[in-house]
Design a protein around this ligand. Structure first.
Ligand SMILES: [Ca+2]
Ligand SMILES: [Ca+2]
Length: 425
C-alpha cells in the first residue's frame, strides 16, 4: 500500500505581521505530518546516506552590492524524496538586509504548489521571541485543494530558495564574513517531510562555515541542530539531514600598490621582481599574469611617470644590489642620443655613443639569431625577436661591449624596428 501525503495548511497559525502573505501560512508542517503518518517505512533505514541542505557561501562580495544566496538541496540519496520543507535561517541584520526571497529552480521545475517566507518576528520562533534576523522558508509540493500535482518531489539536487541581500556599504564590514545559519527554536525547525507522509527528517549534523561538523546542543535556540529531546517517535522521525551554514564573504580593500613589486607579492624590489621585469622585455606583456594593470603601474620604479622602460629595469637592478647611485644621477637628456645602425648584408648591428652604457634593448621584426646562438628559449615570438643586453652581472655580456661601436652580429633575418639604451636608470 502506498500513501501519498497531501498537505492542508492551517490558517489559524498565520503569524501576525506576516510580510508576504497571499496564501495560507503553512507552518510546522513536519510535525503535522509526523502525527498523521501511519504507514510503512520504505526508505531511510538506519544506515541510509544523509540528505544535505546548504546555505551558499559567497566570496569577494563587494560592499554595498546585492548578494544572492541560494539554499540548495546538495545531495539526494536514492531513498529520498520530499513533499515539503520548513527551514529557519538566522542572518546578520546589521550588515545584511533582505531585498527579495523567491522559490528556487528545483521547485519551479517540479511545479511545487506552495512557497512562502516570513522574516523577523513573523518567522514564528516556537512561541519564544525571535532573536536577531530570522527568515523562515516553507515549501509544500502538493496542496490539498489546489488542482493538479507537482511533476517531481525534489528527489534531485537543486535550489530550494534564493535570497537576495543588500550588503551594507559601511567600510567597517570590509574584509569580514557575515554568517547565515540554520537556526532551531523548536523541533519542527529545519525539517523535511517524505512524500509518503510517514517520515520526518531532521538534523543529523550541522557543518559550520569552515566545513567542520559541530556537536549538537541540548537546548533551544541553537544553530547546531535539533536536540535529542526532539526524537519522540523513532518510527517516524529520523536524523537524516546534514545542514551546512553559509554566509556572505565581503571583499577586502585592495592593498596599496608597492612600487617595484612587479610580481605582486607585496614586496618590492626583489630579485624575483627584477627577473620577471626582465622577462617582460624579452617575452612581452604576457608575463604579467597576476594583475596586468597593477604590474605595469609599479614598474615605474624611477618615478618618471613612464612605466615599463629600460631605465626602470636598470634602476631596479641598481636598487636591488645596493648601488649607491640607485637614485638616478644621470637623468635622460633629450639631446643625449645613441645611434644604432644595422648592416643587413654583413648582418651586424652597431651603436655609436661617446660614453658607456649599461643596457641595450632592441626589437627586430623577423627571426634573428644573435651571434648565431640559437639557444633554447630564444625570444622569437613568431613575428619579433627581442634582445636585451646588459653590462651587469645578470646578463651574458660584459660591459666592454657597450664601449665599442660593434654591438653584435647575427644569423637569420630581421629588421631593427626599435632600440633603447640606458645608462643607470
Ligand atoms: Ca615582489
Ligand atoms: Ca619609469
Amino acid at each position: 500500500m502506498y500513501y501519498r501525503r497531501t498537505f492542508t495548511c492551517n490558517k489559524d497559525v498565520i503569524p501576525a505581521g506576516a510580510v508576504s502573505s497571499t496564501t495560507p501560512w503553512c507552518r510546522s508542517l513536519g510535525l503535522a505530518v509526523a502525527v498523521i503518518a501511519l504507514l510503512m517505512l520504505t526508505g531511510p533505514g538506519l544506515a541510509a546516506q544523509p540528505v544535505s541542505i546548504e546555505i551558499e557561501h559567497t566570496h569577494n562580495t563587494d560592499l554595498g552590492s546585492l548578494a544572492t544566496v541560494d539554499i540548495t538541496l546538495g545531495s539526494t540519496p536514492y531513498w529520498f524524496d520530499m513533499a515539503g520543507f520548513d527551514l529557519l535561517l538566522a542572518y546578520d541584520t546589521i550588515a545584511l538586509e533582505i531585498v527579495s526571497v523567491s522559490q528556487g529552480g528545483l521547485l519551479d521545475s517540479c511545479g511545487w504548489e506552495y512557497f512562502e517566507y516570513r522574516v523577523g518576528s513573523a518567522a514564528d520562533c516556537g512561541g519564544q521571541p525571535c532573536l536577531g534576523g530570522l527568515i523562515r522558508l516553507v515549501g509544500v509540493a502538493d496542496l490539498a485543494g489546489t488542482p493538479g500535482s507537482p511533476s517531481c518531489y525534489a528527489d534531485t539536487t537543486g535550489t530550494l530558495a534564493r535570497i537576495e541581500f543588500q550588503v551594507s556599504s559601511d567600510s567597517a564590514y570590509e574584509c569580514t564574513f557575515r554568517g547565515i545559519q540554520f537556526m532551531w527554536y523548536d523541533c519542527g525547525d529545519n525539517s523535511l517531510t517524505s512524500v509518503s507522509g510517514d517520515s520526518l527528517f531532521i538534523s543529523q549534523g550541522v557543518y559550520n562555515y569552515d566545513g567542520m561538523i559541530h556537536p549538537g546542543d541540548t537546548t533551544f535556540p541553537t544553530p547546531w541542530g535539533a536536540p535529542d529531546t526532539c526524537l519522540t517517535d523513532s518510527s517516524t522521525m529520523f536524523r537524516r539531514v546534514e545542514y551546512h551554514h553559509g554566509g556572505v564573504d565581503i571583499k577586502c580593500a585592495p592593498l596599496p600598490l608597492v612600487v617595484g613589486d612587479v610580481n605582486q607579492n607585496n614586496i618590492g624590489f626583489e630579485v624575483a621582481d627584477w627577473v620577471l621585469f626582465t622577462n617582460y622585455f624579452v617575452r612581452g606583456l604576457d608575463v604579467f599574469n597576476v594583475n596586468i594593470e597593477d604590474q605595469i603601474e609599479v614598474s615605474d620604479v624611477n618615478a618618471d611617470g613612464v612605466p615599463l622602460t629600460l631605465q626602470d629595469l636598470v634602476y631596479m637592478y641598481y636598487y636591488i644590489v645596493g648601488y649607491p647611485g640607485a637614485i638616478p644621477h644621470h637623468p635622460p637628456d633629450p639631446g643625449d642620443t645613441v645611434f644604432f645602425s644595422q648592416d643587413t648584408v654583413a648582418k651586424t648591428v652597431s651603436l655609436s655613443y661617446p660614453d658607456s652604457l649599461t643596457s641595450v634593448y632592441m626589437v627586430f621584426e623577423g627571426d634573428l639569431v644573435p651571434w648565431g646562438e640559437d639557444w633554447e628559449g630564444r625570444p622569437f615570438d613568431g613575428q619579433y625577436t627581442r634582445i636585451l643586453l646588459g653590462s651587469g652581472p645578470w646578463l651574458w655580456n660584459d660591459s666592454t661591449i657597450f664601449e665599442q661601436d660593434s654591438l653584435l652580429f647575427y644569423t637569420g633575418e630581421g629588421s631593427l624596428v626599435a632600440a633603447y639604451a640606458a645608462f643607470d636608470g
